[in-house]
Write a protein that binds this ligand. Structure first.
Ligand SMILES: NC(=O)c1ccc[n+]([C@@H]2O[C@H](COP(=O)([O-])OP(=O)(O)OC[C@H]3O[C@@H](n4cnc5c(N)ncnc54)[C@H](O)[C@@H]3O)[C@@H](O)[C@H]2O)c1
Length: 285
């Protein structure tokens, strides 16, 4: 059972959407919360909300793509609130474009903010948890990582989110021996600000911010009857999973059938294909 009350937590991307929901719920359950975000004003606004409700919070500007910035953020939160034992590596950004329509910098940004953002958080926070023999690493992936061939024009994002799932499921194997937990979140649809604000998160070295909207294909949302859950509900689900040290959280129970259909067909066909190949080889040889 991972305790939340009395612990120090950090949430990256804590200024908006799922991260904001996690930060508010962590504070409501008695944790002191470091809110790290590339957009400092949003982190400050969430810290103020927590303080107004009687909780303890600290806002910090941090681009999770920059390893040294993540380490500085850890040091600042530790100085303000104490040693961190709950790390929520949640910051991310998306793309819905053909890879041939993306610049190399855009592809790099999506891979780095998602995959390296989580990696940098693990490298900065996990070793101290191992030394302390306790704590929890939580990372936000996506259903697009769990079923990477599900949505078209989503290649770098799906790849990076699948990478996060692999990183987290494997980390659990080694973390358990130190009493450190690990949970990966694969949201389906959650109410957040990514559609409108995504491009405003792009750091200067990847092309800088713009005010373009993300163009999610309408037929994808309609066809899959995607339901967008409120972030506060998702946060309660996530913290329940952290307390119980569940390996994975999914936000939409109705997606079970889509998952079974799309993923199992792919895997069965791949096994059938190698079986057929082996049979041909055996009959030829
Ligand atoms: N909302 C969904 O339906 C959904 C579905 C699947 C996955 N996700 C994932 O959930 C996470 C949160 O998304 P959301 O829907 O709450 O989006 P959001 O746009 O509401 O919030 C994202 C937050 O991340 C911050 N951020 C972006 N780049 C950053 C960086 N380099 N360093 C630090 N902070 C940065 C933004 O400033 C923002 O506060 C993301 O990892 C996203 O990929 C969301």
């Amino acid at each position: 059972m991972t305790e939340i009350a009395g612990r120090v937590a950090v949430v990256t991307g804590g200024g908006s959407g799922i991260g904001r929901g996690l930060a508010l719920e962590l504070a409501a359950q008695g944790a002191a919360v470091g809110i790290a975000d590339i957009i400092y004003e949003n982190a400050v606004a969430v810290a103020k909300e927590i303080e107004r409700a009687g909780g303890k919070a600290f806002a910090v500007q941090c681009d999770v793509i920059e390893r040294d910035a993540v380490k500085r953020m850890r040091d600042e939160v530790t100085a303000a609130l104490g040693p961190v034992s709950l790390m929520f590596a949640n910051a991310g950004a998306t793309s819905f474009e053909k890879i041939t329509d993306m610049t190399e910098k855009d592809v790099d940004w999506i891979i780095h903010v998602n995959m390296m953002g989580v990696t940098n958080c693990i490298l900065a926070f996990y070793p101290d948890m191992v030394k302390a023999r306790g704590g929890h690493i939580f990372a936000t992936a996506s259903t697009a990582g769990l079923m990477p061939h599900w949505i078209p024009y989503h290649a770098p994002y799906s790849g990076a989110k699948l990478g996060i799932i692999g990183l987290m499921l494997n980390l659990q194997l080694e973390a358990a021996q130190y009493g450190v937990g690990a949970t990966v979140l694969c949201p389906g649809g959650v109410i957040g600000n990514m559609k409108a604000k995504n491009m405003s998160y792009r750091p200067a070295r990847f092309g800088g911010p713009t005010d373009e909207e993300v163009k999610i294909p309408a037929e994808f949302v309609d066809h899959n009857k995607l339901v967008f859950r409120p972030a506060d509900e998702v946060a309660r689900l996530c913290l329940k999973a952290v307390r119980a040290n569940r390996p994975m959280v999914i936000t939409d129970g109705k997606m079970r059938e889509i998952f079974v259909r799309t993923y199992q067909n792919l895997v069965h066909e791949a096994f059938d294909f190698v079986d057929a190949f082996d049979a041909e080889e055996a009959s030829a040889g």
